[in-house]
Ligand binder design. Structure first.
Ligand code: F6P
Length: 342
């Protein structure tokens, strides 16, 4: 059997560990051949591929990014996209696909499966917002990077008696902000799941200054104030209809400076959270997902996605995988609130 592998959407530490595990077990245990499709769905759409064998996956376990490249191409937005994919798979003798991606990439995989393409999915996103799995790989790395940044910001904030606002990624889920904020000892954490009251945030900041320490405010890029609109950098939509988020941190710092009279600065962590080597947790999870995915291929269990439930790797229907956005429950936010302003 000849299997195509692709990685789609925003890149994420651990993608290469999945590719490595899929290929290593696929070749050594099942005797499969592989082809790597480049740049997400653009690869099978335009027939762009590269060889993928044991040699190509040597040494990639600790490497960030993806050796296959990625894109946010949506074949369902392109005339004749599905037919082109089917034709290119047939041309290259590809029997089945392993698609590694988030909500959008797996959404495409779901529809292709319904149209007869043999596909198995692997979930990835630093945002950890896929309902069907307890964790996605990449999230732990992003949280650790943000936590280290917050640790460093504490000391410089204190030297200058400033407020430091740290804007983190996560799209419409606050998982990165919540975990990095708790781990880094932030004094306020603001999430998309709960509109914030800017006066209350300013009060927390004042209170923290009274302790002779400086406040660190962690804000998720998708967080919004009670009144007014979310601040957007760019209102353009991508091929999946997502608006590019960002800018709330700068707005917040300006508001806090005006309200407290204390200097406030913003640090936007941006793509630093997605780059570089994965943590041990993410390497192990990504490896286990890869092994689980190639087993699903071997079983002919098409239309499934591997997922983490507790400590087990399970299979769920691709259709269920993307149905629900996993957001932060209010009880988790309440735990963090104990530390606000102190
Ligand atoms: O979904 C992962 C993610 O990093 C989000 O946290 C962020 O909003 C988005 O991707 C950024 O996408 P891009 O790299 O295309 O700007």
């Amino acid at each position: 059997m000849r299997i195509g592998v692709l990685t789609g959407g925003g890149d994420c530490p651990g993608l290469n560990a999945v590719i490595r595990a899929v290929v290593r077990k696929g070749v050594s245990t099942y005797g499969y051949e592989f082809v790597g499709f480049r740049d997400g769905w653009r690869g099978p759409l335009e027939g762009m591929s590269k060889p993928l064998g044991i040699n190509e996956v040597r040494g990639i376990l600790p490497r960030g990014g993806t050796i296959l490249g990625s894109s946010r191409t949506n074949p369902f937005k392109i005339d004749g996209g599905v037919e082109k994919i089917k034709a290119n798979l047939a041309d290259q003798g590809v029997d089945a696909l392993v698609a590694i991606g988030g909500e959008d990439t797996l959404g495409v995989a779901t529809k292709l499966h319904e149209l007869g393409v043999k596909v198995v999915g692997v979930p990835k996103t630093i945002d950890n917002d896929l309902g069907a799995t307890d964790y996605t790989f990449g999230f732990d790395t992003a949280v650790n990077i943000a936590m280290e940044a917050i640790d460093r910001l504490h000391t410089t904030a204190e030297s200058h008696h400033r407020t430091l606002v740290v804007e983190v990624m996560g799209r419409h889920a606050g998982w990165i902000a919540l975990h990095a904020g708790i781990a880094g000892g932030a004094n306020v954490i603001l999430l998309p799941e709960r509109h914030f009251d800017i006066d209350q945030v300013a009060a927390y900041v004042e209170k923290r200054f009274q302790t002779q320490y400086s406040p660190i405010v962690v804000v998720a890029e998708g967080a919004t104030p009670l009144e007014g609109q979310m601040i957007l950098q760019n209102k353009e939509l991508d091929a999946f209809g997502h608006v590019r988020l960002g800018g709330i941190g700068q707005w917040l710092a300006e508001q806090l400076e005006a309200r407290t009279g204390k200097e406030a600065r913003t640090v936007v962590l941006g793509h630093i959270q997605r780059g570089g080597t994965p943590t041990a947790f993410d390497r192990v999870l990504a490896t286990r997902f890869g092994l689980g995915a190639i087993d699903a291929v071997h079983d002919g269990d098409w239309g499934k996605m591997v997922a983490l439930r507790g400590t087990d790797i399970v299979r769920v229907a691709l259709a269920d995988a993307t149905r629900e956005l996993k957001t932060v429950p209010i009880e988790r936010y309440t735990e963090a609130e104990v530390f606000f302003g102190s």
